[in-house]
Design a protein around this ligand. Structure first.
Ligand SMILES: Cc1cc2nc3c(=O)[nH]c(=O)nc-3n(C[C@H](O)[C@H](O)[C@H](O)COP(=O)(O)OP(=O)(O)OC[C@H]3O[C@@H](n4cnc5c(N)ncnc54)[C@H](O)[C@@H]3O)c2cc1C
Length: 413
């Protein structure tokens, strides 16, 4: 009889794990309190980031730290209570961002990123979700020649080391690609490999729909308890008791609290982010996803309007939203592109699930046989969901994974 596996969490990561396990012949039950893809995987910028071989590191240079410290920067904000709560993981994050340690982390991160787009392609095909995807990359625009030059140098290195492709657009070429942008920009890098989703939540929902059509079961109910049951596990959700040989915990930013209950502590912290949709004035049109790199926000021409997503807010996951960072990004964005009215009644807020070494946790839960972990994908979980599901499936079925999985094990902390 097929192994029964329960997957907890139907964000991008959990849905992809469930999808792959089903394809491998497991009987799979997917559990989430919401419909699939309604939390972090809903509100992101929707970029399948083939270029993101270098994870976001903690700023260590004095200029950035001095700029961020007054807490008025657009790209990074913090709440002191959140910094205090996550002091240890943040300190470890800072240490892991030092050049030597970071240089060891990059290839481990890149091993997932470089495989991520193909893993999406397989699922997009299977789910018939091609109409949600654009394949024309995105633009990273620069205001100063110094920053533009530095990023061009890094891009050439990433091209050599990781086959990341790009085009360099000078001021005139950028104006041709995006005629409605303000003038005065130094130029842009056009990352040509990334794909973009015009509705990120709908892509997760399409994958989940495909999972259900192929015989997977989805239960929409809050998780109540997770406990051991002989050699297997027992999950209670929405009053139903579900027994399974194996459980995959893919609860995104909520993962650590459920693991704590099992006596396993993983140093997860969050970087919150916000979004809002806008119209455009004067029939202006934004043709590409566009990152205002030196300021630190992104504009994405999505189905629901032009989505502005913010950078990172270091705050407690459960602290009340603070909309000043979004307002600051909006003010700058309006000088770059003629954004129209706000289209949503209130801003969306989500939380990137982050680890101190910037890598996700993928693999067995130490000391808890039958429990598997898939969370902590930080800034790129929308990108890495499908490759995570694929590799996890290989590990769970005792096959050699196509990537060395040691760097992602939970016992590294
Ligand atoms: C502003 C912003 C922009 C981003 N842009 C990008 C981008 O362009 N590209 C990219 O690759 N990544 C991006 N990210 C990161 C990406 O969104 C996340 O890494 C990813 O969505 C995490 O997916 P997940 O499945 O781990 O978590 P989630 O999507 O949060 O899924 C976790 C699920 O667990 C469920 N859950 C939690 N508790 C319970 C419970 N008690 N009972 C039942 N269910 C429960 C939740 O309902 C949720 O559905 C961005 C993030 C933000 C915030």
């Amino acid at each position: 009889m097929a192994k029964h596996t329960v997957v907890l969490g139907a964000g991008m990561v959990g849905v992809c794990a469930a999808w792959h396990l089903l394809r491998r012949g497991h009987r799979v039950t997917l559990v989430d309190r919401n419909a699939p893809g309604r939390e972090t995987s809903f509100g992101n910028a929707g970029i399948i980031q083939r270029e993101a071989v270098r994870p976001y590191r903690f700023p260590r240079d004095l200029a950035t730290l001095t700029r961020v410290l007054p807490n008025r920067a657009v790209d990074i904000r913090y709440q002191p209570s959140g910094m205090a709560r996550a002091a240890l993981p943040l300190f470890q994050y800072w240490r892991n961002s030092a050049p030597e340690r970071y240089a060891r982390i990059v290839p481990e991160y890149a091993a997932l990123i470089t495989r991520a787009r193909d893993a999406h392609a397989e699922m997009i095909d299977a789910a018939g979700a091609g109409d949600l995807i654009r394949q024309d990359g995105y633009l990273e625009v620069f205001r100063t020649a110094a920053a533009f030059d530095a990023e061009c140098r890094q891009a050439r290195q990433d091209a050599d080391e990781y086959d990341v492709t790009h085009r360099v657009l000078d001021h005139a070429a950028l104006a041709e690609e995006e005629p409605d942008l303000a003038s005065g920009l130094a130029g842009a890098l056009h990352w040509t490999q990334p794909w973009t989703a015009t509705d990120p939540g709908a892509l997760v929902a399409a994958y989940a729909e495909d999972f259900q059509q192929r015989g997977g079961r989805f239960i929409q109910a809050p998780l109540e308890t997770l406990s051991r049951d002989g050699s297997g596990w027992q999950v209670m959700a929405g009053g139903e008791t579900i027994r399974a040989q194996q459980v995959v915990l893919a609860l995104g930013p909520w993962s650590a609290q459920w693991l704590d209950q099992q006596g396993l502590h993983v140093p997860l912290f969050v970087k919150r982010g916000y979004h809002m949709h806008y119209g455009a004035h004067d029939n202006a049109r934004l043709r590409h996803w566009l990152m205002d790199s030196e300021t630190g926000y992104l504009l994405a021409p999505m189905r629901a309007g032009i989505r502005l997503t913010t950078g990172a807010e270091l705050a407690r996951h459960d602290a009340s939203p603070r909309y000043q960072q979004l307002a600051a990004a909006e003010a700058v964005a309006r000088t770059l592109f003629p954004l129209g009215e706000r289209l949503d009644p209130q801003p969306w807020m989500g939380a990137r699930p982050c680890t101190p070494d910037m890598k996700p946790v993928i693999g067995p839960a130490p000391g808890l046989p039958g429990l598997w972990l898939a969370f902590g994908h930080g800034h790129q979980g929308f990108t890495m969901g499908p490759i995570t599901g694929k590799l996890l499936g290989q590990m769970m079925d005792g096959e050699p994974a196509e990537v060395d999985m040691a760097p992602y094990r939970a016992d590294r902390f």
